[in-house]
Design a binder for this molecule. Structure first.
Ligand code: AG3
Length: 282
C-alpha cells in the first residue's frame, strides 16, 4: 500500500509527498504538529498541515532567510528570531560571530518535538542562544532590548492562524523601534506568484522603514516556484554584502546575495504598483 500526504495550501493546487512513515503526530495549544518521513525529502515538519521544512531542502530556506540580512549588516551582534522553534534559523545565525541570539517562539511543543526528531537541525547548546517561550507580538511590543537584526521565521500569515498577528503594520513598526540605528529586519514573505494580493498587502506593512526590498529564493517543498523574503532596513543597503562568509554554505553565496534582489519584471511591477498606490516608500 502506498501512503501519500497531500497538502492543499490553496484550493486549486495540491502537492503530494510519498510517505515512508509517520514519525510524530500531535496537537499543542496553538497548532497541529506532524513529522513524516518522506521518500523524496527525508523527515518533513508540518504545522497545521503545511510543510515548514524538510531535511533535504531546509538549507535553501534557512540560509536565504538568515545570511542575506546577516551579511547586509556591517557588524551584527544582537539578533532576535521570531518563531523559528525548529532551530534551523538560529543554527545559521550562530555561524556568525554574534554575541547574543534571542529566540521567541510561542509554542514549546514545536521546540521539543524538533529537538527530538531533528537532532541535527538546531544548535540548542550554544551559550549565546536564549530561548523564550512567549508570544512574540507581546515580546516585541514590550521589550526595551535593542537588536541589530530581527529575523521573522513564522508560519504562513493565514486568517486566524498563529502568525497572523505578526504580519501587521503595528507589529512591524514595533520591530522598527527595537532595532539599533543600522538595524535590519527580514521576514519570509510567501509565494508571490500564487499570492500577489497577500504579498502586496504584507509589503505595505513595512511603511515605518526607509528601505524595503524584496528578494527571492527557491525552496522545492514550498509552493508557487519562487519563495520571497522582505528585508527592511533602517540604513544599510541590504543589496550590498558587507562581509564574506567565513563558513561553508550550500545555497547562499556572494553572487546569490546580489542575484536574489534581481526580480522578474512581473514582480517589479507588482511592487512598483504598490509603491505608487501607497506613496509611502522612498
Ligand atoms: N516557515 C515558513 C514556511 C512557510 C511555508 N509555507 C507554505 N508552504 N505555504 C518555515 C519554518 C522553518 N524554520
Amino acid at each position: 500500500m502506498e501512503l501519500w500526504y497531500i497538502q492543499d495550501y490553496i484550493n486549486e493546487y495540491k502537492m503530494g509527498l510519498k510517505v515512508k512513515e509517520t514519525i510524530f503526530q500531535g496537537k499543542t495549544r496553538f497548532q497541529e504538529i506532524a513529522i513524516l518521513d518522506t521518500y523524496l525529502y527525508g523527515r518533513t515538519l508540518l504545522l497545521d498541515g503545511i510543510v515548514q521544512l524538510s531535511e533535504k531542502d531546509e538549507f535553501m530556506y534557512h540560509e536565504m532567510l538568515v545570511h542575506v540580512p546577516m551579511f547586509s549588516h556591517p557588524h551584527p551582534e544582537k539578533v532576535l528570531i521570531i518563531g523559528g522553534g525548529d532551530g534551523g534559523a538560529s543554527r545559521e545565525v550562530l555561524k556568525h560571530p554574534v554575541k547574543e541570539v534571542t529566540l521567541v517562539d510561542i509554542d514549546e511543543g514545536v521546540i521539543e518535538v524538533c529537538q527530538k526528531y531533528f537532532p541535527q537541525l538546531g544548535k540548542w547548546d550554544d551559550a549565546r542562544l536564549t530561548v523564550l517561550i512567549e508570544d512574540a507580538r507581546q515580546y516585541v511590543f514590550s521589550t526595551s532590548e535593542v537588536f541589530d537584526v530581527i529575523i521573522m521565521d513564522s508560519t504562513d500569515p493565514l486568517p486566524r492562524g498563529v502568525a497572523e498577528p505578526l504580519f501587521t503594520p503595528e507589529f512591524f513598526a514595533q520591530a522598527f523601534r527595537c532595532l539599533s540605528p543600522q538595524g535590519i529586519m527580514v521576514s519570509q514573505m510567501e509565494p508571490p506568484f500564487f499570492d500577489v494580493d497577500r504579498v502586496q498587502k504584507l509589503w505595505k506593512g513595512f511603511g515605518a522603514f526607509p528601505i524595503v526590498n524584496l528578494y527571492w529564493g527557491l525552496v522545492p517543498t514550498y509552493p508557487g516556484g519562487i519563495w520571497s523574503y522582505v528585508i527592511a532596513s533602517k540604513s544599510p543597503d541590504p543589496r550590498e554584502q558587507k562581509r564574506l562568509p567565513s563558513f561553508p554554505t550550500r545555497y547562499y553565496s556572494p553572487a546569490i546575495h546580489q542575484a536574489a534582489f534581481v526580480l522578474p519584471p512581473f514582480l517589479e511591477e507588482m511592487l512598483k504598483k504598490q509603491k505608487e498606490d501607497e506613496g509611502s516608500f522612498s
